[in-house]
Write a protein that binds this ligand. Structure first.
Ligand SMILES: [Zn+2]
Ligand SMILES: [Zn+2]
Length: 363
């Protein structure tokens, strides 16, 4: 007698595309983790199954064409990569469109051919077989018509060669951290390649922490390069994303907020910098306590920002108060000397510039 087994569910490509589209749509509001859980529950699927489908549709290495490049010519929605056991990979549109699926391999070959025809110099020597991976450096978007060869390509006005286009975001982050010391420009290129379809000014936030952290690192390196204006949008996006993914008081979100505050300060945006440092003080205080060193450091920097903005009184009082707290809470710590020197400098500047404050202003 044959053993009784549970019936194996038969998933159609359209059902997988439907599930992936629903999850990604939902993820923009709820975050990817919760969206996967919600959709899995709603369809009675295993969490791991939905996770795998979504990961496959989004993963750079597994995708024949880099995620973010392909759109449906009929309805303008992003195409979804679907793979089922025993079947070839397919690109499908969201279920509402109802268009016919196209074989993924054929789409990859057509994109690669267009790349080699128009921009062969953006594909490094010996990487011709990966030409499609380099396509986002030259193509802004590719709309797929009825067949895999019916491509409508929007070319970039400022094309460039990509660095390491086949890496996953986690690999990219690791790689960029390794190179951030000696080869900063390479680290920046590796990160920019992974974020080529990310619009920090758009309303969509990062769906995973690796992407959000990669953005934070890009902002940090851009700031180190002396470009606070260039760093600002990335720092703001990284902070908003990490805040939603991990919470405002998480170490990662606080690090990103500090970065954003620093970028605003370097860009001479006094008001925005002051707001960021005030928020940072609050979150550091909630996470580590009002007398913790990171809280006091943020407080001392806020005093410097206020002083730069011409608010001598609040600045000097805040710094004096911070010095007192620091002295009581961390008598062994050396940081106090720097704060005392900064306060002395403020007092001297006020006198030099004839601000005319009365004595005992910050007692
Ligand atoms: Zn469509
Ligand atoms: Zn003054």
């Amino acid at each position: 007698m044959p053993t009784r087994t549970r019936p194996v569910a038969v998933w159609t490509p359209a059902f997988v595309a439907d599930t992936v589209a629903a999850t990604l749509g939902h993820a923009n509001e709820r975050g990817l983790l919760r969206a996967v859980g919600d959709v899995a529950r709603a369809h009675g699927l295993l969490l791991a199954t939905v996770e795998e489908w979504v990961a496959r549709a989004r993963a750079v290495q597994a995708a024949p064409v880099p995620p973010g490049l392909l759109f449906c010519h009929a309805c303008d929605q992003p195409m979804i990569l679907v793979q089922l056991p025993g079947c070839a990979q397919l690109y499908l549109c969201a279920p509402t469109c109802g268009r016919a699926p196209v074989p993924a391999e054929a789409v990859r070959d057509a994109v690669a051919a267009a790349m080699m025809r128009r921009k062969p110099h953006l594909v490094p020597a010996g990487r011709t077989s990966d030409a499609a991976a380099y396509a986002p450096g030259a193509m802004l978007r590719v709309s797929i018509g009825a067949t895999s060869t019916d491509l409508h390509i929007t070319w970039r006005t400022a094309p460039r060669q990509l660095t390491g286009p086949l890496m996953s975001m986690a690999q990219r982050l690791h790689h960029a951290r390794q190179y951030s010391e000696g080869h900063r420009s390479r680290a920046i290129e590796v990160l920019r390649t992974g974020l080529i379809f990310t619009d920090p000014a758009g309303h969509k936030l990062a769906l995973d922490t690796a992407t959000a952290q990669a953005t934070a690192l890009l902002a940090e390196l851009t700031l180190t390069n002396g470009d606070p204006q260039g760093a600002l949008p990335w720092a703001a996006w990284a902070h908003r994303s990490l805040r939603r993914l991990l919470g405002a008081t998480s170490p990662q979100a606080r690090t990103a907020l500090k970065l954003l505050a620093t970028a605003h300060r370097r860009a001479d945006n006094h008001k925005e910098a002051a707001t960021c440092y005030s928020d940072l003080i609050r979150y550091n205080s909630e996470a580590e306590g009002p007398d913790a060193l990171p809280t006091l450091a943020a407080q001392a920097t806020l005093a410097l920002v206020l002083y730069d903005a011409g608010r001598c009184g609040p600045a000097r009082r805040l710094l004096a108060r911070t010095i007192t707290t620091h002295r009581h809470a961390h008598p062994q710590h050396s940081g106090g000397t720097r704060m005392v020197a900064a306060l002395d400098r403020m007092r001297a500047t006020c006198i030099d510039k004839h601000h005319g404050h009365q004595a005992g202003f910050d007692e």
